[in-house]
Design a protein around this ligand. Sequence first.
Ligand code: ADE
Length: 224
Amino acid sequence: MRIDIITVLPELLDGPINHSILKRAQNKGLVEIHIHNLRDYTNNKHKRVDDYPFGGQAGMVMQIEPIDNCISKLKSERDYDEVIFMTPDGKRFDQKDANSLSLLKNIIILCGHYKGIDFRVREHMITKEISIGDYVLTGGELPAAIITDAIVRLIPGAIGDEQSALSDSFQDDLLDAPIYSRPANYKGWTVPEILLSGHEKKIRDWEHEQAVERTKKLRPDLLK
Ligand code: ADE
């Protein structure tokens, strides 16, 4: 898979993209992640990417031209399955979206500024608009990092134990059961007896019951 992220703040993406599991997935050749600085696609001396809005409102607008230059260049090099714009008024991202995006070959993610992007970009170049939640951040960089993480960890081989991505909370619309490690008794706080029993079938049944109970209590909306 290949992910191209277009941003005016590449340094904001460096941490999340180039460490831990995302770094390892790139090193293993499971995913290529390319960060493009929008300023490199301007035609003006000062590398400006924004201008005043028509109509006299406050604030600046990200201009269409550098975005078009960047997306057109990428598209001339390969086909893309989706051109995604991160925006709080997009479709709310969930595990199902992560699953389906993880199956694609090439995607572009444009980090923008919600009120400040020439709307023609959204009308003519974007195929999918995604929000990470009903709150407004200063830009699309952190949201882009979040969906990239959610997508890449699903690529087979990205996390050590493939099974564990499939058994994540939300994959079956259930939250995870509680999990514990040694010591079995810490300051009198004990772990559930059943987990120490060595009885595989009973443990799996207990985990399922716990998952259903926790989902009922914390996220009843997930239960159909
Ligand atoms: N850009 C700013 N806020 C955002 C959000 N909640 N989701 C996606 N992109 C955004």
